[in-house]
Design a protein around this ligand. Structure first.
Ligand SMILES: Nc1nc2c(c(=O)[nH]1)N[C@H]1C(S)=C(S)[C@@H](COP(=O)(O)OP(=O)(O)OC[C@H]3O[C@@H](n4cnc5c(=O)[nH]c(N)nc54)[C@H](O)[C@@H]3O)O[C@H]1N2
Ligand SMILES: Nc1nc2c(c(=O)[nH]1)N[C@H]1C(S)=C(S)[C@@H](COP(=O)(O)OP(=O)(O)OC[C@H]3O[C@@H](n4cnc5c(=O)[nH]c(N)nc54)[C@H](O)[C@@H]3O)O[C@H]1N2
Ligand code: SF4
Ligand SMILES: [Mo]
Length: 696
């Protein structure tokens, strides 16, 4: 028997980044623990990362390529699987052009470099991601406003933290692990929490603003209203570095009196004033904002106003404020992705590209445009799909439409670890390796200044890391790739003077941090200033100034609908154990949260005769699903908070009960409900009714 070997690597059971020491015995990982030397996680790990052994060695995990023949799945070889995909994709290209193929991924899974390169070299402009309502939307909005993504600088010790629609201790999103926040907070930073739900952080906050879901853009304008009225802004910065300040001030003064902001947001004027004073009056102060702000039609505008707040208070690129981290000198995702190889002619064919201009600039499409094209064959037929690391039947708005669209495709290839409801609709299943089974330069897409060595710890079944699947399928389709995954890593690392083997030994690289870069170079926008008045939007014929737009489905905009569906459904509540639709089959995690939970205020529950633990129907104009009630007086009685991502791996037929508790059956994806430049779908605010299920 072998000794236990300890191998350092990097987790990616969420957006990833935590340092891990994997214990390997007889070729099998027997446990994982946090790496105290990790600059990202400092030895901590969460339940999802720790449960990787149960995921990787799960009896239901698909370990071999599979092909569906007459409705049943059969094991095939990698050669046959890739040849079959090549033949099917080539058929579509011949008949309909490469735009007839959708290449899709979900949230950031550290293969975007390879994913985008595959799509670009294939020649399809139809790249589907979750970016229209998550993160890439933030990158797009910050790009047009101040040139880059200004992430909060926890290492620079903010004295005031505004936690705006984010719950990092549970979600560890994107560049941040909750532990970085916690370390700064423990040093005594003031905390302002803007959140409709009283959670762990709201309970500890100096100020908690319990706003009406989806009204963040109005709240941010409320902050500005105080900052302008009380002249709390940094006059020098504003004069020298903000484009359109006067026009913006005009808009705030004419449209966003605190009285109106209180009406919109449900938060008392006094409290808004206190919070704005605390943020603008404490130096340095940082805003850490989260995805709920992006999942409404105010997606782009909220981010633009938030960047405006950072800029006007002198906190942009200042230590402890919101900063532009310097990456290490590696090649970036954009260069790897060969985006220049997509011809102008193909770019013009991007679905929805004329309408959702910021999404098109970020080179992806909003899913609704994909489903429309598949279902209606307009503006042209879309016949095939390749979905990697995504479960859109559960995670995208208007799930029934998603289901119908994917079912209609002539050919669908899916790559995942498990037979999800989406994978069940496929013709070919390509088994992906987990983070324990890959060599990769992790975190190269994040804005925190690090890249990390994720090294392969074990091989399980015949699974391949996604990077290799893209490479080998790409080569078969005539694309130019490197011979091996490691050769591609050597190329990415080349400017650092290290190769993959050397980088692996080192563990991570960090860029040199430098603050106030704009003092030398200005900002990377057309005017070299922070564009509160966007010259890019002006060219597109879109309102150049940000604003709050009332939500398309709210008691204010749709009092007619609110008669039947009186509550605001805030859908998408994250829990520490699950990652969207993942992990429901993992015993350690499912045991902690066995059922989907809908939170209801006790008064509201009483009105509907609902008790703690009851199964409850939640209905919207698009359908109904059921979740189990938990009573919570930390939410407004007019708001219902529901978990997303639910399906039941234990149900072996009916596509694993995909429509029983899938909250996205209720969400809307009509064009009218979307952000006008990004195509963000409104996942956080819609109207619903609740009733106790007859059968418990
Ligand atoms: N109602 C509502 N819906 C939401 C949200 C919400 O707040 N409310 N949030 C949205 C957000 S922000 C996002 S980003 C999307 C996420 O949407 P998705 O990314 O589609 O969701 P996941 O369930 O995380 O991922 C789907 C699959 O990826 C597989 N997977 C995980 N890692 C890998 C890998 O390395 N390789 C491969 N090939 N497969 C892998 C998992 O097994 C899982 O089945 O969901 C959105 N959906
Ligand atoms: N465990 C776990 N971690 C995850 C994920 C997961 O599914 N599970 N998903 C990952 C992904 S892809 C993403 S995008 C991130 C998201 O992570 P976060 O950005 O932290 O987003 P959420 O946890 O959805 O919501 C954060 C907080 O916003 C509040 N909130 C809800 N609606 C609103 C609103 O309209 N306005 C305001 N101001 N607050 C609101 C919620 O009550 C919650 O406390 O998490 C990532 N990490
Ligand atoms: S926070 Fe994310 S990266 Fe860290 S251990 Fe948990 S799942 Fe892994
Ligand atoms: Mo996300």
């Amino acid at each position: 028997m072998d000794e236990v070997k300890k191998i350092k690597t990097v987790c990616r059971s969420c957006h990833g980044g935590c340092g891990v020491i994997a214990h390997v015995k007889d070729g099998r990982v027997i446990k994982v623990e946090g790496d105290p030397e990790s600059p990202i996680s400092h030895g901590t790990m969460c339940s999802k990362g720790l449960a990787i052994t149960q995921l990787a060695y799960h009896p239901d995990r698909v370990l071999y390529p599979m092909k569906k023949t007459r409705g049943t799945w059969q094991r095939i070889s990698w050669d046959d699987a890739l040849d079959f995909c090549t033949e099917k994709f080539n058929d579509v290209i011949k008949k309909y052009g490469p735009e007839g193929i959708i290449v899709g991924q979900g949230t950031g899974r550290d293969f975007e470099s390879h994913f985008s390169r595959f799509g670009n070299l294939l020649g399809t402009p139809n790249i589907l991601t979750a970016g229209h309502m998550c993160y890439l939307s933030r990158i797009g909005a910050t790009l047009t406003t101040c040139g880059r993504h200004p992430a909060i600088d926890y290492a620079g010790n903010p004295k005031c933290i505004v936690m705006w629609a984010c719950n990092p201790l549970w979600t560890n999103p994107d560049e941040y692990k909750g532990v970085s926040f916690w370390r700064a907070y423990e040093k005594g930073a003031k905390l302002i929490v803007i959140d409709p739900r009283k959670g762990f952080l709201a309970n500890r906050a100096d100020l908690w603003l319990q706003l009406r879901p989806g009204t963040d853009a109005a709240m941010a304008m409320g902050f500005f209203s105080v900052i302008i009225e009380e002249e709390l802004y940094d006059r020098e910065f504003v004069e020298e570095y903000i484009h359109g300040w006067d026009e913006f001030v005009q808009r705030v003064k004419s449209d966003y009196s605190l009285e109106r902001v209180e009406d919109i947001t449900w938060v008392k004027q006094d409290l808004i004033r206190k919070a704005a004073r605390m943020y603008a009056g404490t130096k340095p102060a940082g805003i850490h904002w989260g995805v709920p702000t992006e999942q409404t039609p105010n997606c782009t505008d909220f981010t633009r106003i938030a960047v405006g707040l950072m800029a006007a208070t002198g906190n942009l690129d200042a230590p402890g404020g919101n900063v532009f981290h310097e990456p290490p000198p590696v090649r970036k995702v954009a260069e790897f992705s060969a985006h220049t190889s997509l011809s102008e002619e193909q770019k013009k064919k991007r679905l929805g590209g004329d309408k959702y201009k910021l999404a098109a600039r970020m080179t992806f499409i909003t899913p609704k445009c994909a489903w429309d094209a598949i279902l209606t064959e307009k503006p042209y037929p879309v016949k095939a799909g390749y979905l990697v690391g995504t479960n859109p039947v559960i995670t995208r708005a208007n799930a029934r439409e998603v289901y119908d669209a994917l079912k209609k495709l002539d050919f669908l290839a899916v790559s995942d670890f498990f037979m999800t409801p989406t994978a069940e609709l496929a013709d070919v299943f390509l088994p992906a390796g987990t983070w324990l089974e890959q060599n990769h330069m992790a975190d190269n897409w994040k804005f925190h200044g690090y890249v990390l060595a994720r090294q392969k710890v074990v091989q399980i079944g015949e699974c391949w890391q996604d990077h290799k699947i893209f490479m080998e399928l790409g080569k078969r389709m005539g694309q130019k790739w490197w011979d091996t995954v490691e050769d591609a890593l050597d190329w990415l690392l080349e400017p650092t003077g290290l190769n993959w083997e050397e980088f692996k030994e080192k563990g991570y690289l960090k860029g040199d941090m430098k603050y106030y870069k704009y003092r030398e170079k200005g900002f990377s926008t057309p005017t070299r200033k922070v564009e509160l008045y966007s010259t890019i939007f002006e060219k597109w014929g879109v309102d150049p100034l940000p604003k709050y737009t009332e939500l398309p489905e709210s008691p204010v905009s749709r009092p007619d609908l609110a008669e039947e569906f009186p509550y605001i459904l805030n859908s998408g509540f994250r829990t520490p154990t699950f990652f969207h639709s993942a992990n429901r089959m993992i015993p350690w995690l499912r045991e902690i949260r066995p059922d989907p939970i809908v939170e209801i205020h006790p008064q509201t529950a009483q009105k509907h005769n609902i008790e703690e633990g009851d199964w409850v129907w939640i209905a919207s104009p698009r359908g109904r699903v059921k979740e189990r009630a938990r009573l919570n007086d930390g939410i407004d009685p007019r708001v219902i908070v529901a978990e997303h991502g639910w399906w039941y791996p234990e149900i072996r037929d009916q596509e694993h009960g995909w429509d029983i508790s899938n909250i996205n059956i209720l969400t809307d994806n009509s064009h009218e409900s979307m952000d006008p430049v990004m195509g963000a779908t409104s996942l956080r605010v819609l109207l619903c009714s609740i009733s106790r299920c007859e059968k418990q």
